[in-house]
Design a protein around this ligand. Sequence first.
Ligand SMILES: [Zn+2]
Length: 121
Amino acid sequence: MDRELTPFEKEMEQVLLQKRADILEKLAKSNEDFQAIAEQMGAKDSIDMSVESLVFKKMEAINQHDASILRSVDYAIIRIHEGRYGVCLKCGCKIPEERLRAIPYAVLCIDCKNKEEEESR
Ligand SMILES: [Zn+2]
């Protein structure tokens, strides 16, 4: 976990943390129940997926779209620290930096993403 991050990884981590804070804030505003959860999650500086998976279940009931983005954001942050950020989950190729700047939590390259969308149609 203490691997030195590249400047690009550091930059993207900041973007992702900001995105995470924005989503939590939005959810907290839209739902009272969620306020306490959001505060709890926002206060932590490390991410514990096992605890958060329970929280996500609750979040999905409130706002599925934001919950799935938040999950992707957390996953991307973890991948940065594992040194696997920007590697496509399906084919293992490197996702171009422009794509990551556009969608910082992307886990698939454009080819795989397109294929997945075709399959789900
Ligand atoms: Zn791919």
